[in-house]
Design a protein around this ligand. Structure first.
Ligand code: GLC
Ligand code: CA
Length: 482
């Protein structure tokens, strides 16, 4: 299991109002006490922070806002001492437009760095960026257009170049040699591995384009194979790759020996409303496909599920915690969901900090929308909601029946019962607000009852391992030996 730490807002260790590595170190005892065995650190490298660090300008250092390399080494050391493994976010799809490679690349046609990025005389296709209009931007000094699947400050690397691969390989080794336990590879199925594919337009739908030919390109498995070989040349390393797809067959194709260890996939995570029929269906499909999924409902890219799925009902949050820690897959908790934290409000244009929201706002204004309509559009797209500073004072007030204690006790139980990690599913059913499933490993058989609706949950006469009650003392969740 992993706990996602969004570095800029997790914990401020030096009082400048920005989360940092010293802050992370100071919370290791808290994480250990909660029962966390792995953390995922979002980018902490030097960056102009157009996209909060997902635009790296130096892959081998720590941004001064977050600390120093010595702080990083200390963090690793302390985490390992506490039995916590550390994976780090690695962005190999694109660099910052201020990375020295890009500065060099744009400076001259004869630069050895020219081929590190994708340059074209004319815009070759209709591809759109995820954040703002065309994925091609004209660069004055090069006199050419460059490609960016995300913002124009995040320039896509050309993975057809052997030199790009060697640079990335050395970066991976730099961090492996420092002792990291693995990587979370950002938007990894977007690597541009096939120059020939640039001439194919994406299909146009509802006034925009659908991302089809700008991802999952020919050559991606070979690139991933080389990454995997480099990482797994070191023992016990974990390679997780973000695959923003919901096609299980495609997701599965990225995972296995010589490729990723797991895909960070959104099948359950991006659910907009709590829908247990959908959950049961996905569980069955993932089991049938042989996909061992990542399980999460919150991250730095989406609204907190305490708002989005639970409607701020702590009882529902407890049931979803039970799901995350007993369903089949790898749980990824997002910082603060155990407290629980709520979304921060985005009520005014000034609250739009995230690039996706800000660009959306500017785009709508440019297109002639009034401020209200532009803001309405942008607030849907902004990802600021879950990025507020963690309120550590609230983490201090945890009582026996709190959500925090549900996470802590279930994490304990999970370590004791192999069926919860290794087991297959037995029966999965849902009816009248109740989601029920069985986990089976050898002779061990546990049943999970989650009553999200109003119907009373009858306690079966079985050994109860754990139970959840709502504010009024009504039984809502049960974990039993069967
Ligand atoms: C990933 C990150 C997201 C970022 C994007 C581009 O999806 O999680 O925060 O904006 O990649 O790097
Ligand atoms: Ca700080």
């Amino acid at each position: 299991m992993f706990y996602e730490i969004y570095v800029p807002s997790f914990c401020d260790g030096n009082g400048d109002g920005i989360g940092d590595l010293k802050g992370v170190i100071s919370r290791i005892p808290y994480l250990r006490q909660l029962g966390i065995s792995g953390i995922w650190l979002t980018p902490f490298y030097p960056s102009p922070k157009a996209d909060n660090g997902y635009d790296i300008s130096d892959y081998r250092d720590v941004d001064p806002d977050y600390g120093t390399l010595e702080d990083f080494d200390m963090l690793l050391h302390r985490a390992h001492e506490a039995g916590i493994r550390v994976i780090i976010d690695m962005v190999l799809n694109h660099t910052s437009h201020l990375h020295p490679w890009f500065e060099e690349s744009r400076s001259s046609a004869r630069s050895p760095y020219r081929d590190y990025y994708l340059w074209e005389k004319e815009i070759p296709n209709n591809w759109e960026s995820f954040f703002d209009g065309s994925a091609w931007t004209y660069d004055e000094s090069a006199g050419l257009y460059y490609y960016h699947a995300f913002s124009r400050e995040q320039v896509c690397l050309n993975w057809s170049s052997g030199q790009v691969w060697r640079e990335c390989r050395d970066i991976l080794r730099f961090w492996l040699d420092r002792g990291v336990d693995g990587f979370r590879l950002d938007v990894i199925n977007f690597l541009k591995t096939d120059r020939a594919a640039l001439s194919v337009d994406n299909p146009v739908e509802n006034g925009g384009t659908r991302h089809v030919y700008d991802k999952n390109q020919k050559g991606i498995y070979e690139a991933l194979g080389k990454i995997s070989e480099t990482v797994h040349a070191y023992p016990h390393k974990y390679l997780l790759g973000e695959i923003g797809e919901d096609d299980l067959y495609l997701i599965k194709s990225y995972v296995g020996p010589g490729l990723l260890d797991s895909a960070f996939q959104f099948n359950l995570g991006s659910m907009e409303k709590l829908d247990i029929a959908y959950m049961a269906d996905q569980m069955r499909k993932m089991e049938a496909e042989g996909v061992y999924p990542t399980l999460f409902f919150s991250s730095h890219d989406m609204r907190r599920h305490f708002n989005r799925l639970c409607g701020l009902d702590p009882g529902k949050a407890k049931l979803l915690a039970m799901f995350l820690l007993t369903a089949r897959g790898i749980p990824f908790l997002y910082q603060g969901e155990e407290i629980p934290l709520e979304d921060v409000p985005v009520d005014r244009p000034e609250d739009l900090k995230d690039i996706q929201g800000r660009y959306g706002y500017e785009k709508k204004l440019r297109e002639g929308a009034d401020e209200k309509a532009a803001f309405q559009y942008a607030r849907e797209r902004a990802r600021d909601y879950s990025r507020g500073m963690v309120d550590w004072q609230r983490a201090g007030e945890q009582e026996e029946n709190s959500l925090h204690s549900v996470y802590r006790r279930l994490l304990e139980i999970r370590k004791r019962l192999p069926s919860l990690t290794l087991g297959t599913y037995g029966e999965i059913r849902q009816q009248d607000g109740l989601l029920y499933y069985q986990r089976i490993w050898e002779q061990e058989r546990v049943g999970v009852y989650l009553q999200f609706g109003e119907k009373p949950l009858e306690a079966p006469c079985k050994d109860v391992l754990f139970e959840v009650r709502d504010e009024r003392g009504k039984l809502k969740g049960l974990l039993v030996c069967e």
